[in-house]
Structures are given as C-alpha cells and as structure tokens.
Design a protein around this ligand. Structure first.
Ligand code: F6R
Length: 584
C-alpha cells in the first residue's frame, strides 16, 4: 500500500513531513525513508522499522530542507529490508523515487535496463533507472517521469526528485495522490490527514496527471501536455484528533467510542438515508460490495434486506467480474468502504458505470465518496486502529436502517436504534467485562479457536474471527453452526474452544448443534442474551431488536483486543497489515 508525502516551498519541509508521515503510517509500517535536497545534492535516509524509529535513528526532525519527500512502506515486491525501503535511487544516486502501487512489467523492464546496476529487489527501481536513462538523453524531469509512466504497466503513482533541482514531479495512476495548496508551499500526498493541519485547500489528482511542484508554484498537465483544469476543494473533515484520550491503544479507544457514536446517529439528520431508500425500491437486485470487514458489513446488510423482502446479494469486489454477466442496468450497488480507497473496489467501478451507486463511507474526501451517486457518511471520526471496529458497527447500523426504511419499517428501525443507544451501556459493566477477561485469559494460550453462528450470527462470527486473527495472531475460524457437523466437527477434541454467537432467533437450532460440540469435549464461550447449560463461559449481551447483533460484535472486538494485549502484541500495528489496501 505505502504512504507518500512531499513538500516543496518557502518553509522548512522537514517539520511538516515528519508530522505528515506519522499520519500515513496506517498505510504500512515495514520501513520508512526520505529524500531531501541539500547543498550537497539529494540526501536519502531510510531504514526498516516504524516511522518513529527511523525518524529518531536519523534525527530527521533535526534536518532542514525546503524540498523533500517521505515514504512509509508496506512490502509488496521484495522483502522488508533497508535496500528495499524507499526512496529508491538510480545508478548515480542523483535520482530518488517514492512509489505506491505495483509495476506489473518490472521484470521485463529490468531486462531491458541491463546496463544499469540494480541494488534493490523492488519493482520501483525500474522507474528510477528509466528516469535516469531519459535524463541522460536530455530533457526535463517532467519528460523523464512521463516517459517512465508510458513504459510501466499497472496502478502506480510515484514521485521523483533529482539532485540539485528544486522540482518534485509526481505521476498519478491508480494509487491515490492529492495536492495540498498552502500560502508558502505545496504538498503532494497519498492522503489528506497527512497535511490537513497546515491547509484545507486541495486538488484531487486524476489518473494520468503529471504534476510539478517547485518552491514558487505548481502545474498539472495531462500526458498530452494539456494543462489540467481541476477544481480546488476545501476539506471539511477534522483529522486533527490524534490522541488516544488516555487509552493505551487506539483500538480500545475506538471500541469505547461506540456508545457515543450510536447516540449521535439517533440525533442525526437521516435525510440521505430516506433518499437512498427510495432508490432501493426501484432496483431489481441490490448488490452490496465490500472487502474484509466491510464485506461482513455487506453480509449483514444483505441478510437484513432479504428479511425485509429486498432481493440483495453481498459480493466481494474481486468477484465482481465473475458476476458481471448477470448485472442488469437497474441493479443498484451499495459500496461499503471505511477508507473509500480500497483498490479492489475502485478497480471494479468500470464494470458498474451505468448503475446507480450508493456508498456507506467514512471518509468524505475519499475516491469512492467522489465516485458514488449518493454517499452516506457514517461519521465515525477518523479510525486509527488498523483493525476496523467502530466503522464496522456504524456501517452495519446505517445499512440496517436503510433496509428497514426501504421496506416501510422506519418507525421500528428508529425504535430499535434508540433501544440500542440505551442498552449498550449495559455491555460495559463489570460482570460482562470480567467474563470477557476470563475468556481472553483462556484463549491467550490456545492456537486455534472456532467462531460459530447461524444466519446473522454467522456474519458476526466471521467478523469476530477476522478481528481475532488480525490482532492476536490466533488461528480463528468462523463456521456456520449448522454446517459444523458436516465435516468441521472432526476438529473438535478435548480442549478445543469455540466462541458461539447465539441470538433469540437462532437459539433453538444453535444450542442443539452446540451439544454436538460438547459431546466431543469441546468447550464453549457463549455470547448470548441468556445463559445455557452448554456454555462453559457465558458473556451476556443486552438485546436491542434489529440491532442486538451490534452488541455481540462489540463483545468479539473486546475479546480480540484483550487476547492481543495478553499476548504482548500491539493491536494498533499488527504485523504484515496496513489500514487501507490500496493495491490490487
Ligand atoms: C479489518 C479491516 C479490513 C478492511 C478492508 C476494507 O479490520 O479493516 O478487512 O475492512 O481492507 O477496507 P475499507 O473498508 O477501507 O474498504
């Protein structure tokens, strides 16, 4: 995925960029690096590790330069190592490149650049050598960057600097890049929160844009060298809230924020939902699209819509091509995405160009917010923990509201939402929290755990298992309670643990199936509205009609968080992950 930020202007770039790159760390934290102009030409500093470690190691906050760029890496091509950290240089060290994306034809290009000395395993390095080649033949940095763009395949946005030049050139293709305009200089970055403390004036770049920023200004051309006339936008979202408010991690802070955020929905303006509900009623089939946690939200939405008589299917964006033959013009798509930047979703948009698109989104400034016809913002605030928590619950709530509004059940929806906003406080009480802690202290020592549920409870089981895997590295697998006996039951022996989600609607069947687990000496942690003799540990969740599942989900979040901490893992930065997946 990777995060990129650059500044060029009259101010010292380093304080802006040291701060900015910290705000991009959610995009990857395998290694970090920077390039800056100095009186001795380009200086490059880079290393493996977290952003703060690299800043401290090279005392980057003590450096001064007006022209600089930073990168934080999520490894795709080439292992995590110093040589693969960006910026990546050419043979001479006079050119530096930072890149977000994948050069799909890098192997073939590398062969054609056999006269060059390659020092890294990255696909990015071909860009540096192509630029070097082109500059050797004469021409400007812009021309060389354009030439590189023309030769590479795949979604790739990159920035390039040349020793002694006060210019930074950027190419946008696929991966996000936005230009920030301030009085004394300009930013180019993967995402707005990295510079929003310094300016709210932005230009969203388009694919194929070639941008140049110098100390005195900026220019945007398309690849045909025609000046682009993109409009200036003003950021409305406040991204400045960066502290953990006394909590040890963002993950627990964000879990604990949920009661307040739910209360906020009760008081909010729901007109966008009402407008969208009428769109659903005109559709033949509603496709709900999301990746990872957002796919689980889509499953919840589709389940609730079907219960309300709406023909709805949840799909993953990677499968859209397989489904595309059955897509019809009057099908409506609901896109669920916290970041609004997930590459798998963005790349399926051409398949549904003609269709009406609604978005369940958290970022008003994202690519998907601009791509959909009706964006519905969940207003969860900036989610910093890598594992989605509050955005999962809020997106699910908005989808259930939408589905109930569309089917004429608005009053019941609002009644249940009010109930949830009151009952949720009974979740954060000592008796519930101590049961969660007891379960966590057992799971901490396990290597495997099963999450069982049926219908809507199965979607919660999927999300609970994903959360557990992500932040605790425990092998957690969600299985439909009813299908458990069709094979997976073979995994149960003495000492095996299952977390079972049981709601009023599924209880009778679920308990019968769970007895089969008990009979094989499996142990059961029950997350349910009432106790049962099959549960070895019972975690009681209050009910709230159509929103009871929200409280089950929050218990699974708390459980994952506690196991993570007990295992000594930093849940905000689990290994190998990044907050938004901006590569396909
Ligand atoms: C898991 C998680 C991911 C995201 C997925 C989609 O905790 O956060 O599975 O849900 O990468 O991201 P968005 O919602 O930004 O499209």
């Amino acid at each position: 995925m990777c995060g990129i930020i650059a500044y060029n202007g009259r101010d010292d770039a380093m304080p802006y960029l040291v701060d900015g790159i910290r705000n991009l760390e959610y995009r990857g934290y395998d290694s970090c690096g920077c390039a800056f102009q100095s009186t001795n030409g380009i200086q490059v500093r880079k290393d493996v590790g977290r952003v703060d470690d690299v800043i401290r190691k090279y005392q980057l906050d003590g450096e001064h330069s007006n022209t600089a760029m930073f990168h934080t890496r999520w490894a795709t091509n080439g292992p995590v190592s110093v040589k693969n950290a960006h910026p990546i240089s050419d043979c001479t060290g006079e050119i530096a490149v930072v890149h977000n994306g994948i050069v799909e034809n890098w192997a073939e290009l590398k062969e054609s650049l056999s006269m060059h000395k390659f020092r890294s395993d990255t696909d990015t390095e071909v860009i540096a050598h192509i630029v070097e080649d082109r500059l050797n033949k004469g021409g400007t940095l812009r021309e060389a960057a354009k030439y590189a763009y023309k030769n590479i395949k795949g979604a790739s946005s990159f920035l390039v600097m040349k020793s002694g030049s006060d210019e930074i050139v950027a190419v946008k293709h696929g991966s996000p890049l936005v230009l920030g305009l301030s009085k004394n200089g300009h930013f180019i970055s993967s995402d707005i929160p990295s510079f929003s403390a310094y300016t709210n004036k932005v230009i969203y770049l388009h694919d194929g844009d070639l941008v140049s920023i110098t100390k005195s200004g900026y220019s945007i051309m398309n690849m045909a060298h025609v000046k682009a006339a993109h409009k200036i936008s003003y950021i409305k979202t406040d991204y400045t809230e960066n502290d953990r408010s006394g909590f040890k991690h963002f993950m627990i802070k964000e879990i604990m924020e949920q009661p307040r955020l739910i209360k906020q929905i009760v008081k909010s303006d729901i007109s966008a939902l009402e407008k969208s509900a009428s769109v659903l009623n005109q559709s033949k089939t509603v496709y709900l699209v999301g990746a990872g946690t957002s796919f689980h939200v889509a499953l919840i939405g589709a389940h609730n819509m079907r219960l309300n008589g709406i023909n709805a299917i949840a799909i993953q964006p990677q499968d859209a091509k397989d489904y595309s033959k059955v897509f019809k013009k009057d099908d409506v798509f609901i896109i669920v995405s916290q970041s609004g930047e997930t590459a798998d979703i963005i790349s399926m948009l051409p398949l549904i160009k003609e269709n009406k698109k609604l978005g369940i989104l958290n970022s008003a400034e994202s690519t998907l917010a601009r791509a959909v016809d009706i964006p519905i913002f969940i207003n969860a605030g900036h989610e910093k923990g890598v594992a989605a928590t509050k955005t999962f619950t809020l997106s699910s709530i908005y989808l259930v509201l939408l589905s109930m509004f569309a089917s004429g059940n608005k009053e019941a929806a609002l009644r249940d939402l009010r109930l949830l906003s009151l009952n949720i406080y009974n979740l954060f009480v000592p008796s519930v929290l101590s049961s969660v802690s007891k379960a966590a202290s057992i799971l901490k020592k396990k290597t495997d755990v099963f999450y069982l549920g049926k219908g809507l409870d199965y979607a919660i089981a999927l999300e609970g298992a994903l959360k557990m895997k992500e932040v605790s590295y425990l092998h957690a697998e969600a299985i439909d309670t009813a299908t458990f006996r069709h094979g997976p039951l073979a995994l149960i022996s003495n000492g095996a643990f299952a977390v079972s989600i049981v709601s009023r609607e599924t209880k009778q069947d679920a308990i019968r199936n769970l007895r089969e687990v008990k009979a094989r000496k499996g142990k059961i942690i029950g997350i349910s509205y009432e106790n049962s003799d099959v549960f070895d540990i019972f975690i009681k969740v209050p009910e709230a009609g159509n929103f009871s599942f929200i409280q089950q989900a929050i218990v699974t979040q708390l459980l994952s968080y506690k196991v993570s901490v007990l295992r000594g893992i930093d849940p905000d930065h689990p290994r190998n992950l990044a907050k938004s997946v901006t590569v396909k």
